[in-house]
Structure formats: C-alpha cells, structure tokens
Design a protein around this ligand. Sequence first.
Ligand SMILES: *Cc1c(COP(=O)(O)O)cnc(C)c1O
Length: 463
Amino acid sequence: MSRSAHPAGPRHADVLPEGHYTAPADDLNALDPKVWAHTVGRDADGVVTVGGIAVTQLAEEYGTPAYILDEADFRDRARAWRTAFGTDADVFYAGKAFLSRAVVRWLDEEGLNLDVCSGGELATALSAGMPAERIAFHGNNKSPEEIERAVRAGVGRIVLDSFQEIVRVAHIAESLGKRQPVQIRITVGVEAHTHEFIATAHEDQKFGIPLAGGQAAEAVRRALQLDGLDVIGIHSHIGSQIFDMSGFEVAAHRVVGLLKDVRDEHGVELAEIDLGGGLGIAYTSDDDPREPHEIAKALSEIVTRECEGARLRTPRISVEPGRAIVGPTAFTLYEVGTVKPLEGLRTYVSVDGGMSDNIRTALYDAEYSVALASRTSDAEPMLVRVVGKHCESGDIVVKDAFLPGDLAPGDLIAVPATGAYCRSMASNYNHAMRPPVVAVRDGAARVIVRRETEEDLLRLDVG
Ligand SMILES: *Cc1c(COP(=O)(O)O)cnc(C)c1O
C-alpha cells in the first residue's frame, strides 16, 4: 500500500470495502478487560471510572483531551515483568514508549531498569533519581556530548550501533579514565510484526551492525581490543507489536551463533544477551497478547536450548518491553464536538484532539477501539470514524469502530491502549497544546505531565 500517493493517503478511496468491518460488539457499553486498564469499569450511572474516579469528574478537573493513566495497572504490569523474569534476567523498560519523572520513580520502586535513547530521556531518568547503573543508552547516532554525559553519569551499558560508535565511545571513555560497559547491537535479519516474521540473510535498516558477511563478529573483535570498552554482550531487537515467539527463536539462534564464534575465536564467553522489546498488546478485542510469564518462559527455553546446542554457558538475558508495560495502562479521554453522518458511508465523529496526541493511526495504520465513556446507551450501533480537529484529512484517531447511534456533541469518548507512543510522539501541529497525563490511583488523581498552554507555545517563539 502506498502511503504517499496523496497527502490524505489511501483513505480517500477506501469507502466501505466489502467484509472489512467486524460486526459491532454485542454490547457497546461493555469494556473488554483485554484492552482497558485493570481498574477501569462503569459506575452505577454508567460512567466509566478508573481507579475509582469517574471520567466526567476527570474531564471537569483536567479538561479534554487528556491521557488518563492507571498507576496501579502500570505498577502491576511492571511487577509482572520483573517477577516473570526473576533474578537471572533483567527487564529494561523502553522509555521511548512514555517517559516522565513519575514513571521513572515507579520503575525504580518496582525494580525495573530503564532504556533511554537520547540526551533528553537520559536527563529525565537521572533527574528522577534512577541509578545510572540501571540505565541503558541506545541510539544509532548518539552525539559526542550525549556519550560523554552517559559515560560520566556511569550508565550501566551503552548499546553500540556502528563501527564508528565503537571507536567514539572507547575514545570518550578512555579520555575520562573510564572503562564503559557496552553491548553491541547486531541485526540478525529477522523482522517481526504481530503474527509474522521475515528472516533474511541481510537487513536493510539503519540500526545495528549486520551479522551478514562477518561484520558483527568483526565489530566484537575490534571492541574487545579497546581499553575504554568492557564488552558485556550482544543486543538484538527484531520488531514491534509481536505476538508470535518464533521470530525470537530465529534471532536467538543467530545471536548464540555469534557468541559461539566469539568464544571460538577469542576464548571469550560474552555474559549477556539482550533480546530487545516489541512484545504486543491488545488494541482491539481481536488481539491476543501473551502474558509476561509465558514470554519469559519461552525466551529462557529458547536461549538455554540454543546455548546447550553450542556448548556455551547460558548468558544472562535481558528484555526491553515498552508498549507491553505502559500501552494498556492509559486511555485518551476526548469530548465529542461534531457528529457528521455521511449517507451510505459512515459517521464522522470529531473530537477535541487528533493526530497531535495520537499519530499512530496516521503513521502506522494502527487500529484502536473506542467507547462512549460519560454514559451508557442502548441506541443502535453506528459505524464511525473518530477524527481529530487538525487541518489534514489523514487526521484519524480510530479508523473504523461502532458507537451508539445517539452519540452527541458533549459526550465523552475514550480510546483505550494509548499509553505507549502517543504522548511520547505527540506534536504541536496546528499549534495544538499537548494534553496532560493524569495518573489515577486509589481514588486520587494527579497530573504527572501538565497540559501545554499558549504561554508554553509562545515562549519558544522569540518573535
Ligand atoms: C522501541 C524499542 C524497544 C521497545 O519496543 P516496544 O515495542 O515498545 O516493546 C525496545 N528496545 C529497542 C532497542 C527499541 O528500539
């Protein structure tokens, strides 16, 4: 599918393709626990509640649009990952999914480590007191300033992404009189998404050093020779929104093959392998993600089996879930502004946010669900497209969904599973002011990232 043929994308043309839409759910008022945060429900009046607070009250206090995050759910999921992987493995939360100082503190308290991939994310982590040795620093083009800051801070690992970076980090560490623990990120030729994976010998992407042609082995050889580097392991990250573990199986096989080559050539058994993130969540009721304990068991079995086959000591495993922890914990609360029925097509429901607070639908054709949140309704289902208020026809939040036919301006609707890659990818397009993140727990709500104001916008515009 071409996404660039027209600024509005292919969406101008895709009017009701036969058989594309799933039927409406039997009960539009039901909230599928798969896609909603753990403490979400409806009160006696039918209003959606989270952490014991009604969304009508949240909208009144904090305005809309707003990201509403269930803190108890976040902590539960973080703890579930931590517990599932036990003490023989490390869980690094991928900060790019959503990072704030409150989140850093929750991760610290729940015993997780943290991945960052920019100076800004590193600054956020350090300012919230995450111990540097529990931070991993990623990125395919870290600046010398970022590297120096990370080395000085004493981050637990820097993930090296290119031959040039091997030398760069070694040089900076040496000049600071340090020996920096590093992993080398390799690409193993596996790309996994949802229910499929592609395995090739080569990989055409910007991240990592290819296993192909002995390049990864050469990278390890060079890194081992540099005094500024302590090579602790190999890193591989194969995709996103993955449900099927077989991509990890192929990736682990190839990573272990490299560990074996390194052992045979240099007599060094690298201590760690990091299998990256990319584990999927339910955006709609059709998605069936795996539980952390199932993932931990599968990954540990795969690595153990591969290492036994290669007669290697089993390395320490680490994983980097982002979406799988924060994604399901938040929903976006919007107010309906206009409802526009298009005869024979669908009804366009415009909300007070859009692609500036959720770019994933426009960017990845992501699917979301939506529910009427400020009340229940027994009206007949109508096919809707939830769109934003931006000057762009690709400004779609939920492409196809059913909402009650009596939906009206002033109703609140909620889009679940927006905890990952929504606030973190939010923009000021059309000078939209980015929504707040409100954390709710045990009947109390607090803003952890405040709403932007016109003052914020104008402060950057120096006139
Ligand atoms: C994006 C990314 C992750 C997290 O991916 P999720 O899909 O959010 O789990 C982990 N590791 C690396 C290297 C990444 O680039």
